[in-house]
Design a binder for this molecule. Structure first.
Ligand SMILES: [Zn+2]
Length: 192
């Protein structure tokens, strides 16, 4: 039986690297994979998943309105898929996570989702919310805070490197950056 996986972490824990490695492992054995990514992420241009260590692959881009069951079924009919890998899965809608459970349960293709658990204010993203609720396997990818503790939170920094407490959940086109921190330091930055 296929399963739905949610690989979650803070920023810069190697999510894309892990995704690309998993896809490679399938392809090395002659199996076909489909790599998908959310259209909201244009860090590396549309239609690519790239890791910070310099490897990348083409990806099918989806928007929040797309029917993922349909997109995946179309590809699967042309060339049978052994695995679907979704990057930036925090941006999935509730409906799209449901569609992925259909792909796993009814088409029997494993789906591996990679994304952030929480936003810069410590709140769940919609995709992460429903993946935490419905995935078969939850796997944490770890990274560390500047203090050496495990970093499970993310802070948003403005152009001058100051921590931002307010703003939209997804900032597009600004010069914000993100840093992974432990909960203790997140509390000091955001909650205290
Ligand atoms: Zn810390």
């Amino acid at each position: 039986m296929a399963q739905l996986y949610f690989y979650y972490s803070a920023m810069n824990a190697g999510k894309s690297t892990s995704l690309l490695q998993s896809s490679y492992n399938y392809r090395e054995r002659g199996m076909n994979t489909l790599v998908m990514t959310a259209s909201i992420d244009d860090r590396y241009g549309k239609g690519k998943v790239a890791s910070r260590i310099g490897i990348e692959t083409d990806a099918q881009v989806f928007s929040s309105q797309d029917d993922l069951t349909q997109m995946i079924s179309d590809v699967h009919q042309a060339a049978p898929l052994s695995c679907v890998l979704v990057d930036e899965c925090q941006f999935l809608s509730k409906e799209q996570v449901k569609q992925l459970t259909h792909v796993v349960d009814n088409i029997d293709i494993p789906v591996l989702c990679y994304g952030l658990r929480t936003d810069f204010q410590g709140e769940l993203f919609s995709g992460s919310h429903y993946l935490l609720a419905w995935a078969d396997k939850l796997v944490e990818l770890k990274t560390i805070c500047h203090c050496g503790r495990k970093a499970n939170m993310v802070v948003r920094l403005d152009g001058e490197g100051k921590v931002m407490r307010e703003g939209e959940q997804v900032a597009i086109g600004g010069n914000e950056s993100y840093e992974s921190v432990c909960r203790k330091h997140f509390r000091e930055f955001i909650w205290d």
